[in-house]
Ligand binder design. Sequence first.
Ligand code: ASN
Ligand code: ZN
Length: 332
Amino acid sequence: YEGVHTGTGNTRYSGTVPLGTSQSGSAYTLTDADRGNHRTYNLNRGSSGTGTLFSGADDVWGDGTTADPETAGADAHYGAALTWDYYKNVHGRNGLRGDGVAPYSRVHYGNNYVNAFWQDSCFCMTYGDGSGNANPLTSIDVAAHEMTHGLTSVTAGLNYSGESGGLNEATSDIFAAAVEFAADNPEDAGDYLVGEKIDINGDGTPLRYMDKPSKDGASRDNWSSSLGSIDVHYSSGPANHWFYLASEGSGAKTVNGVDYDSPTYDGLPVTPIGRANAEKIWFRALTTYMTSTTNYAGARTATLQAAADLFGLGSETYNNTANAWAAINVGS
Ligand code: ASN
Ligand code: ZN
């Protein structure tokens, strides 16, 4: 019959997963009617337009390898579904704009393209195939990162330069981690690393580390007055560090088999509020208090307003939220 189906995705990164699909006539398509009609398109190495909507006679997508062009489609479709479900189930938001309408996804962008991106102009996410050591840019965390740029754009609208640009990037990394944890996928367990499946450096290291951002050789761990003049993917570091410290606390810790060791600016320990609370605080700060020009000092104020709303002014959670900011040299 016509309508909503559950297909099978053989993904590159997340094993065999259910995918929201639709049937029209004798063909199935990657159209997720349960999630705002999120559609995934095959650019087939093109770099404009939508290419073709993934379509097939069976409802099985990909073979888990790059040999099958459907595989990247399965990963991107799954990552968008997880991100949609996360915002709906955890934060009660029905789509990025709250209107129940999904963005769309495009895979196989260009030739050997080693990146993925969000565009406001199409309200869409686009993924490259990678090259050499770099795998396709379609892991859960990368998809959640890109889709979250869409949320930031329609809420706080953080300008993509200076300190607000770093906060924009950090928002995408924070919810990338949150979605990866929420997915609870045995093939891609949650972590405080960004892009660890892509192997962009060819040595197994991730793009970014949230417990100690400077481990990537370029990101900052703490706020300083020069933060606003570096690339937004590095000025995100202190806010990513805030999220890790607020979630897990300072010092050494192992989560889902990954070892972390998070320092603090002043050497004083941070008591965690837990990841779920940190997510709620950042989401409320982003959607209620931050604006296009919010800087690090403003982000601290925004999260403290959110913490006061959610947990009470002067509550333990409020105080520990403030301590995590002091630990990255914001406020005191
Ligand atoms: N993948 C990058 C990002 O989402 C693309 C960019 O630099 N905007 O941040
Ligand atoms: Zn980004």
